[in-house]
Design a protein around this ligand. Structure first.
Ligand SMILES: C[S@@+](CC[C@H](N)C(=O)[O-])C[C@H]1O[C@@H](n2cnc3c(N)ncnc32)[C@H](O)[C@@H]1O
Length: 301
């Protein structure tokens, strides 16, 4: 189990290794730029839209980020400072910054992801400048552990986290540190893969979030709600997004059957050859109810 004060604890290392390029592959940034070129896009001039199949590394990709942003629109003002916990390679952070004109800080424990997130940020800013478009507000990416974040208390107006807590054993520490860094009254939106029910068997591995069972820590929806309340949050809404996930999976299969690329290609990009099996395993666990995607909107008390 992770220690909140020890970002280099054994399971943090295992989690980072799961997401990092192994020695048999080209570095992630090179593979991503090659994928853009394959899509007919100038890899040196990417946009938020052309990156979306790759840099939104969670179920339903940009659709899920857009849905979440729609729900948060009433709570976000230009100039707010948002925290993206487990930011990956930065797709959601850039989307929120552009859509709302707010500053976004991302934190992630995988060094390669932070480096790629920064590189993509620079490339996107270059594209905006070349097109005479408005630059993104400040979007920064910090290497660190969500259990012991290097931020002062009450630093953020709002925080979100997409498909991250499945890697976190100590959920109480996770919720506690988010509560600490939010300003009083600040909001939290979690988009997670929950355990389908208390007796649900685990998914088969690999999944997109864990190579083996030792890196996967799924909580049920009820456990998530209780944990947040214990940390001092008011849970305003908790909903299942299972129907949306099933619909997205069906649309993806139909695209592939037509000979098109699937709309969401980040799992394959990050995980290479095990990507298709990881996606199949999580689709099967979703279909039979062992896992359930949920969204939770909460307020810091
Ligand atoms: C499935 S990816 C999601 C990335 C990003 N949220 C997105 O949706 O594009 C999960 C991310 O969580 C990060 N992560 C897992 N445990 C973490 C922790 N304890 N602290 C910070 N980041 C963590 C991983 O490094 C990985 O980037």
């Amino acid at each position: 189990m992770s220690s909140p004060t020890s970002p280099a604890s054994a399971d943090a290392t295992e989690i980072a290794a799961h997401y990092s390029t192994d020695t048999t592959q080209q570095p992630l940034l090179d593979r991503l730029l090659a994928a853009l070129a394959g899509d007919g896009v100038d890899p040196q001039r990417p946009t938020i839209a052309t990156l979306a199949p790759y840099d939104q590394f969670h179920g339903r990709g940009l659709d899920a980020t857009r849905d979440m942003a729609d729900q948060l629109a009433a709570h976000i003002r230009a100039g707010h400072h948002l925290l993206d916990i487990g930011c990956g390679i930065g797709g959601p952070a850039r989307y929120f910054a552009q859509r709302f004109g707010c500053r976004v800080t991302g934190i992630d424990l995988t060094p390669e992801f932070c480096a790629v997130a920064r590189a993509l940020g620079e490339l996107v800013q270059g594209t905006l400048a070349a097109n005479g478009d408005v630059a993104l507000p400040e979007v920064t990416f910090e290497l660190g552990n969500a259990l012991a974040m290097p931020f002062a208390g009450a630093s953020f107006d709002g925080a979100y986290s997409m498909n991250v807590s499945m890697n976190i054993a100590d959920k109480a520490a996770f919720y506690r540190d988010i509560h600490r860094v939010l300003r009083p009254g600040g909001w939290l939106m979690l988009s997670e893969i929950a355990r389908g029910h208390a007796d649900a068997a685990p998914p088969d591995f690999p999944t997109p979030w864990a190579s083996t069972a030792t890196g996967s820590f799924l909580a049920t929806a009820d456990e998530t709600r209780d944990g947040l309340v214990q940390a001092g949050f008011e849970v305003v809404e908790l909903r299942s997004t299972r129907a949306q996930a099933l619909e997205f999976a069906a649309l993806s299969r139909a695209a592939v059957a037509r000979g098109e690329l699937p709309p969401h290609r980040s799992v394959r990009l990050v995980h290479g050859d095990i990507g298709p099996l990881a996606t199949t395993n999580s689709a099967r666990a979703l279909a039979d109810g062992r896992i359930e995607p949920i969204e939770v909107f909460a307020r810091r008390g």
